[in-house]
Design a protein around this ligand. Structure first.
Ligand code: ATP
Ligand code: MG
Length: 425
C-alpha cells in the first residue's frame, strides 16, 4: 500500500485524558479516534491490527471445533428479566424502548440469547458436545470508561458457549477451550499468565482468567514462586476474609509451596464453567439417553479490542509502538528519502516496492511528499517492525538500509539478500 493513499491519521499531541501509554499511542499512531466517552472509531491501521487479533482467535476456535455464529447486539430485555439478571447487572446494562414501547437492551454478554437460541436448535443429546462462538460488539455502560479501548463502553469480544450432557463432558469442553486460549495468546506473542478467578455476575463454578502482564494493569495477581499456583488477588482476598492483598506478598502460598509474589495484569480472557445455571432458569431442555436434561454450559470470552491496547502496553518505546510480528499492521515500511533530489530514488523505491509485493510481503511505501523526519516519526510511532530506507546512499553504494523498529542503526544488505533478510527478521 502507498502511504499517499492511506488515511494515516497520525497525531503529534497526546490526548489530554490519556493516562496510560497504550491510550496515548493508539491515538498518536492513528489506530482509533474517540467519538464519545468509551466509544471509538477504528481507523484503517487500527482496523488492520484488530482484524489480525480476530483472525488468530477465529483460527484457533475453528481448530478447536467451535462453530461461528452471529447473534444480535440488541436483545429483548424480557430475556434478562427471565434470567433474573436485569437487576443484578445494574446500570452497565443499557436498556431502552422501541417505538412500540417494548424494552430492549444492548448486549453486554450473550448467555441469555444463546440459551434461548439453543432451545429450538439443540434437541437431542446426540448433538452434544457442541461449542458455538461469535466475534461481536458488546456494550457495557461502564461507570468510568478509561484507558482508551482498554475499558471502553463499546468493545469487540469473542464469546463462546459450550453445551454438554454432563459435568465430565463439560470438564472436557472447558479444557479444549483453555488449550485453544493458550495457543491464541502464544500466537499473539504476549507475555501472559493464567490465574484462578471469581466467576462474578456471570455465575458458575470454576473460572480462570488470562492476564497480559503490565504495570498499568487494573488487576493484582498473586503467584507462588515455587509452584503453578496463581490467583486473582481479588479472589484470594475473598478467600482470606478480606485481608489487604498487598499484605499477600512474601507470605507462604496457600498451596503450601513457595512464597507469594504480586504482579499487575490486564484481563484479556476469561473462561467459566456455568453448569446448569442458564439452562435451568431459561428452561433449555435436551432429550437425553433416558429422560430430558438441562445441559451443562461453559462460557469463554476474549477482549479482542482490549488485546490491541494490552499488546501496546507490553511493546513500545519512547518513539511509539513496536508490534509483535503477529499483530503488525504492515510487515515493512519502505521510506524514500528526498526523492526530489534524484529521480532514481523514486525509481529504486518503486522497484523495491514491487519486489516486496511479488514476495507477498505486506509493505507500506511512504511515498508522501514530506520531510524525512516526518516520515520516520510516522513509521516509528505506528510500530511497523522493519523499515527499509531508500535514499542517495542506496544509489551510491548499491546497498539497501534496513532497520528493525527497535534498533538504532540500520544494517546494509545487497539487493539479492533483501527478501531473505526481510523474511528472517
Ligand atoms: P473487567 O473485570 O475488566 O471489567 P469483566 O470480567 O467484566 O472485565 P468479562 O465479562 O469476563 O469481563 O468479559 C470478557 C472479556 O471482555 C474480558 O476478559 C475483557 O478482556 C473484555 N472486556 C470486558 N469489559 C471490557 C471493557 N469495558 N472494555 C474492553 N474490553 C472489555
Ligand atoms: Mg472477567
Amino acid at each position: 500500500m502507498k502511504a499517499s493513499h492511506l488515511i494515516l491519521g497520525t497525531q503529534r499531541e497526546n490526548p489530554a485524558d490519556a493516562e496510560i501509554i497504550s491510550h496515548q499511542l493508539m491515538i498518536r499512531a492513528g489506530l482509533v479516534r474517540q467519538v464519545s466517552s468509551g466509544i471509538y472509531n477504528w481507523l484503517p491501521i487500527g482496523k488492520k491490527v484488530l482484524q489480525k487479533v480476530e483472525n488468530i482467535i477465529r483460527e484457533e476456535m475453528n481448530i478447536a471445533g467451535a462453530q461461528e455464529i452471529l447473534m444480535p447486539m440488541v436483545q429483548p430485555a424480557s430475556l434478562w428479566e427471565e434470567s433474573g439478571r436485569i437487576d443484578q447487572y445494574g446500570q452497565e446494562l443499557l436498556v431502552f424502548l422501541d417505538r412500540h414501547e417494548n424494552k430492549f437492551c444492548l448486549g453486554p454478554t450473550h448467555e441469555e440469547i444463546i440459551t434461548d437460541l439453543c432451545k429450538n436448535l439443540l434437541t437431542s443429546y446426540k448433538q452434544l458436545p457442541v461449542t458455538l462462538y461469535q466475534i461481536q460488539t458488546k456494550f457495557r455502560d461502564e461507570i468510568r470508561p478509561r484507558f482508551g479501548v482498554m475499558r471502553s463502553r463499546e468493545f469487540l469480544m469473542k464469546d463462546a458457549y459450550s453445551f454438554d450432557l454432563d459435568k465430565e463432558s463439560l470438564d472436557q469442553s472447558y479444557s479444549v477451550m483453555k488449550e485453544a486460549y493458550i495457543k491464541i495468546f502464544d500466537s499473539l506473542g504476549l507475555d501472559y499468565r493464567i490465574v484462578k478467578a471469581d466467576s462474578g455476575a456471570i455465575g458458575g463454578s470454576d473460572s480462570e482468567e488470562f492476564h497480559v502482564l503490565a504495570d498499568s494493569g487494573e488487576d493484582l495477581l498473586a503467584f507462588s514462586d515455587k509452584s503453578e499456583y496463581a490467583i486473582n488477588a481479588e479472589l484470594l482476598t475473598e478467600l482470606q476474609d478480606g485481608q489487604d492483598p498487598y499484605s499477600l506478598e512474601g507470605k507462604p502460598s496457600p498451596d503450601g509451596k513457595g512464597l507469594l509474589k504480586l504482579k499487575k495484569g490486564i484481563e484479556v480472557g476469561h473462561i467459566f464453567k456455568l453448569g446448569r445455571k442458564y439452562s435451568e432458569i431459561l428452561n433449555l431442555r435436551i432429550q437425553g439417553e433416558n429422560n430430558d436434561i438441562h445441559p451443562e454450559m461453559g462460557c469463554y470470552g476474549i477482549g479482542a479490542s482490549r488485546i490491541v491496547a494490552a499488546a501496546i502496553e507490553q511493546n513500545h518505546d519512547e518513539k511509539g509502538i513496536i508490534w509483535p510480528k503477529a499483530l503488525a499492521p504492515f510487515e515493512v515500511a519502505l521510506v524514500e528519502v528526498n526523492p526530489k533530489k534524484k529521480d532514481e530514488i523514486k525509481e529504486k523505491s518503486s522497484e523495491i516496492y514491487n519486489l516486496l509485493k511479488e514476495n507477498d510481503i505486506d509493505v507500506l511505501w511512504d511515498d508522501r511528499e514530506k520531510r524525512p523526519g516526518v516520515k520516520f516519526t510516522d513509521m516509528e510511532v505506528t510500530g511497523i517492525p522493519l523499515i527499509i530506507i531508500i535514499g542517495e546512499r542506496t544509489l551510491e553504494t548499491g546497498e539497501i538500509e534496513i532497520k528493525k523498529r527497535q534498533d538504532e542503526k540500520p544494517q546494509l544488505v545487497s539487493h539479492q539478500n533483501l527478501i531473505s533478510t526481510v523474511k528472517t527478521n
